[in-house]
Design a protein around this ligand. Sequence first.
Ligand SMILES: NC(=O)c1ccc[n+]([C@@H]2O[C@H](COP(=O)([O-])OP(=O)(O)OC[C@H]3O[C@@H](n4cnc5c(N)ncnc54)[C@H](OP(=O)(O)O)[C@@H]3O)[C@@H](O)[C@H]2O)c1
Length: 345
Amino acid sequence: MTPVTNRQLYLHQRPVGVPTADDIRLRTVDVPSLADGEVLIENHYLSLDPAIRDWMSGNDTYMAPIAIGESIRSTTLGKVLESRHPDFVAGDYVQGLAVNAWEEYTVNSGEVLTKVVNDGKYPPRYYLSIFSGAMGLTPYFGMLELGRPVAGETVLISAAAGAVGSIAGQIAKIKGCRVVGLTGSNDKASWLINELGFDAVINYKDCDNLAEEIASVCPERVNIFFDNVGGEILDAALLNIADHARIVFCGAISSYNASGPVPGPYNYWQILAHSATVKGLLTTNYVDQFDAANAEIRGWLESGKLRFNEDIVDGIENTVDAYARLFSGMNKGKLLVRLAAADQQ
Ligand SMILES: NC(=O)c1ccc[n+]([C@@H]2O[C@H](COP(=O)([O-])OP(=O)(O)OC[C@H]3O[C@@H](n4cnc5c(N)ncnc54)[C@H](OP(=O)(O)O)[C@@H]3O)[C@@H](O)[C@H]2O)c1
């Protein structure tokens, strides 16, 4: 039966700092009827990504800002309930990459909508985590295309216990590198070492001088810095780069909640001094290679070379509180919200 109403989270006002329930509110709206070329998706899982915070700011980045009153744009995983699009039929599982929203039902025109391989081997949800740009594909292209790891090199990863960082480190291990992670809790540090095979981890919240700590753990300096954080962590890493280091600029979560311009990097000069390269990563540049990348990621999962964690919170009404966990460091691995419809899978 076609649903009549849709609960959705929308941007009530632009947040100052970490978004709260005053900024993002829940409302009930009608489900619109479908036009030709559209599909109606029942969302099962919402992806909680740091970049969404930037879209809430009104800044122009690689994607238009979310307007006041608009639903919160997101990547979601769901099931097609009705289709007037030639490529989709009811029952298909689909992932909408940064085109759907934090809501129960989405009407989508089929653009950037991917049919999920549903062969019973993996839950469709994996297309929002390990097989998605929100987790596996970003470190895949960031590490392999921009980092270009060589066996024996030292790789440093910031936000190492997160969705992207935890996979970036393991890919560098697969390529024979020595991998050092940065994270903000001892629990996540031991997970990275004991379960994911990182060689060393620094708890950046528990050291007096991060640059010195990196120097002692990376005596041969850092060949690849995979940066998810920016700010002071980037500055500490820059003081430790090796000649011809590659810096993968994947994200800068330390500044996403800033209300004004952020300073730095103060140690920018190190890039020149070490003939280093900084490259910005945009995973959407590799869409035509996603299937091939996922084939290799599947191989690593099946051979036990790659492990991952999904951090799942239940209920659309808990989404805003869950989202804050990205900025307090409370998540371990890929943060998702499971909606009520997912129980029927
Ligand atoms: N370029 C692309 O195409 C692309 C695609 C996806 C994601 N990204 C970027 O990748 C980065 C990681 O995203 P994710 O989804 O994997 O998130 P995540 O790493 O799973 O979660 C964020 C983590 O960042 C750390 N963190 C938060 N605030 C911090 C701060 N002020 N200083 C230091 N660490 C902080 C926390 O871990 P600790 O407890 O360890 O501090 C937190 O758990 C983000 O910058 C995101 O924008 C880029």
